[in-house]
Design a protein around this ligand. Structure first.
Ligand SMILES: [Zn+2]
Length: 142
């Protein structure tokens, strides 16, 4: 049974108000853990809606500008999905490249960081064309 849907998880992250806390690493992983738990919630809801028992495969789309460290997400994944419908699911992460368009000179350019400025005119004003995705692209349930 293939059950496909789109869900946008992107939101602003309140964890960063604690940035003066000493262990930034732990906070980073808490950030990815909260994302993983959000994905588990979506998977649980959708599996129930589809009258299925568990997820066999999940595809995630993550933009390079989404503020998610994929290594950290992979690190917290197994504990986040333990004893959930996702426990034995194959996970595929599709990384979306970052692209912006300069508001001052209309140049389109690739971005690795949200703070990247226009390579042609140096302007900081740009629209993000892609790269902020953070979504569950598809779930296969059984
Ligand atoms: Zn420019």
């Amino acid at each position: 049974m293939l059950h496909t849907f789109f869900s946008d998880l992107y939101h602003t992250f309140s964890f960063y108000i604690f940035c003066n806390f000493e262990s930034i690493t732990i906070l980073k992983e808490m950030h990815e853990l909260s994302i993983a738990l959000g994905i588990v919630k979506i998977a649980e809801d959708e599996t129930k809606k589809a009258n299925a028992k568990k997820v066999s495969k999940i595809e995630l789309e993550i933009g390079v500008l989404a503020g998610v460290e994929i290594d950290s997400l992979n690190f917290v994944w197994s504990s986040a999905v333990e004893e959930t419908v996702l426990e034995h699911a194959e996970k595929e992460i599709i990384v979306i490249e970052g692209k912006g368009k300069c508001i001052d000179c209309d140049t389109e350019f690739y971005m690795e960081n949200i703070y990247d400025c226009c390579p042609k005119c140096g302007s900081n004003f740009k629209g993000i064309l892609k790269g902020k995705e953070l979504k569950v692209k598809s779930l296969e349930v059984i």
